[in-house]
Write a protein of this length. Structure first.
Length: 423
C-alpha cells in the first residue's frame, strides 16, 4: 500500500509509526524497540510544554503508570548491586517511555481504529507463521510436538504470544458485537480471523493463557447477565465461536495435556521441598512446581524485608542467598526472579512499589467499568491474572503491556461514553 494512502487513513503521520509498532509487537521485538525510539525522537523534536501539561490533565492515569517506574529508580537508594539495579530499570523502561509518548500523542478521528488494525494484522500474521512452521516440521519430521507449545510458537514465548492473541481477539470481538457503523458485510472475515487465532491460542498449550481466556469468558458473560443484555446468548456468531472454541481447546488439551503438572504441584504444596540436589540436571521441578518453590523462597526474603524490600538491584542476590541456604543447585542456576510481578516488585521496592503496581491495574479497571469500556476491562483482567505467573514489565511482555495499556486508556479518554449493545 502506498505511503500516501496509509497517511490518508487518519491524516496523521505519527499514526503510521504507532501502527507499525502495534504490528511489530506480535512479530519482531527488535522492530518494536527501533520504531519506539523513532517515535520518541519525533515526539521530543516537536515537544511542547503546553501540550504535555494538557496531556497530563486529560490522561492522569498515564502519570500513575510512570510513577510505578520511577519507584524503581527510588529503590536504587537502598540497593547494594547498583549495576543490576540499572539493568532492571532498563528492562522496565517501557513503563516510562510509552506513558510519555501517549501523553504527547494527539490522535485524530480514526487514529485508534487504524492502530488497532495494525495490531490485529501482526497477530494474524504471527498465527499464520506458527501454523506454517508447525505443519512443515510436523510433516518433515513426523513429530506432532511441533504443533504445540514452544515448538509451535515460532516467534515469541507461548505465554506472551497467547496474551497478544487474546487482546487481538478482544479487538475483533468488539468489531463483531459492537460495530461502530451499520455495515456488517465483513462479519464473515472477522469470524475467520477469530477462529484462526483461537485455534493458534489453543495449540500454544499455555495454562495461564487457558486460564485467562476462561476467566474473561466468565467475566463477560456475568457482565451481560448483570446488565440484562441477554441478546448475546441468542446471537448466532457467539454460538458459532463458542462451539469452535470448545472444540479447539478440548482437542488441544486431549493431544497435549500440560495440566498434569498442576496436579503434581498441588500434591507437593504440603510436602517438604527437596533441598539436597546433587546436580542441576535433577528433574525436581516442572513449570508448575517451580512457581511454588519460587513463592516459598520469596516469602523467606519478605519476612524481614516486607516494608521497603531489598532495593531495585538486590533481588537476584538475595534470592541466591536463599537458594544457597537450601542447597538448591537448580534454583541457583535457573531461578533468576520470583516469576511473579507482584512478588518481584514487593521484594525489590516493598509495599510502596506493590501498591503502585496494583493501583496502575485496579484504578483504571474501576474507571473502565464506570465508563463501560469493555475491551480495556478485559485487557486489565488479563494483565492482573498474568501478573501472578510472569513479570509483566520485562522484555516483549513489558512492551506489549505498556503499549496496549497506554493505548487503550488514551483511546477510552478520547471516546465519548456511549452505552453499547449487541448488534
Amino acid at each position: 500500500m502506498p505511503m500516501k494512502n496509509i497517511l490518508n487513513k487518519t491524516a496523521n503521520a505519527a499514526d503510521v509509526i504507532i501502527f507499525a509498532i502495534a504490528f511489530c509487537i506480535p512479530l519482531w521485538p527488535l522492530g518494536t524497540i527501533i520504531l519506539t525510539m523513532l517515535w520518541l525522537a519525533l515526539s521530543l523534536i516537536s515537544f511542547s510544554k503546553k501540550s504535555f501539561i494538557e496531556g497530563v490533565k486529560a490522561k492522569p492515569f498515564l502519570i500513575l503508570f510512570a510513577c510505578y517506574f520511577l519507584m524503581h529508580i527510588i529503590g536504587l537508594v537502598w540497593t547494594s548491586n547498583v549495576s543490576h539495579g540499572w539493568k532492571e530499570i532498563k528492562d522496565d523502561l517501557n513503563l516510562l517511555i510509552f506513558p510519555i509518548l501517549f501523553i504527547l500523542y494527539q490522535p485524530r478521528s480514526g487514529s485508534f481504529n487504524f492502530i488497532k488494525k495494525g495490531f490485529i494484522a501482526g497477530a494474524v500474521l504471527g498465527s499464520l507463521i506458527c501454523f506454517v512452521q508447525g505443519i512443515y516440521f510436523t510433516l518433515s519430521t513426523g513429530d506432532t510436538g511441533h504443533m504445540f507449545y514452544a515448538l509451535f510458537s515460532a516467534l515469541l514465548h507461548p505465554t506472551y504470544f497467547g496474551m497478544i492473541l487474546i487482546v487481538s481477539c478482544l479487538f475483533l470481538l468488539g468489531d463483531l458485537f459492537f460495530p461502530e457503523g451499520e455495515d456488517k458485510k465483513n462479519n464473515s472475515i472477522v469470524i475467520i480471523l477469530l477462529l484462526l487465532q483461537i485455534a493458534a491460542m489453543s495449540l500454544l498449550s499455555s495454562r495461564i493463557v487457558y486460564l485467562v481466556a476462561f476467566a474473561l469468558l466468565i467475566y463477560y458473560l456475568l457482565a451481560a447477565v448483570f446488565s440484562k443484555n441477554f441478546q448475546i446468548f441468542k446471537n448466532r456468531n457467539f454460538l458459532i465461536l463458542s462451539v469452535f472454541s470448545i472444540a479447539f481447546f478440548y482437542t488441544s488439551i486431549s493431544l497435549n495435556n500440560r495440566f498434569g503438572q498442576v496436579s503434581q504441584a498441588i500434591r507437593t504444596i504440603s510436602e517438604k521441598p527437596q533441598e539436597t540436589m546433587l546436580s542441576s540436571d535433577s528433574l525436581v521441578y516442572n513449570s508448575s512446581t517451580i512457581r511454588i518453590a519460587q513463592f516459598r523462597y520469596s516469602m523467606e526474603i519478605l519476612k524481614d524485608k516486607w516494608l521497603l524490600g531489598v532495593g531495585t538491584g538486590d533481588s537476584r542476590d538475595e534470592l541466591s542467598k536463599v537458594y544457597t541456604r537450601h542447597n538448591d543447585v537448580y534454583a541457583l542456576e535457573h531461578f533468576m526472579n520470583p516469576h511473579s510481578s507482584y512478588l518481584h516488585t514487593w521484594i525489590m521496592i516493598g509495599l510502596p512499589g506493590l501498591f503502585l503496581l496494583l493501583a496502575s491495574i485496579l484504578l483504571p479497571f474501576v474507571w473502565s467499568v464506570k465508563h463501560k469500556f469493555f475491551i480495556y476491562q478485559g485487557f486489565l483482567v488479563l494483565i492482573f491474572v498474568n501478573g501472578f505467573t510472569d513479570i509483566i514489565s520485562h522484555a516483549t511482555l513489558g512492551s506489549f503491556y505498556a503499549f496496549i495499556n497506554c493505548m487503550l486508556y488514551s483511546w477510552c479518554v478520547s471516546t465519548t461514553n456511549k452505552p453499547q449493545t449487541i448488534k
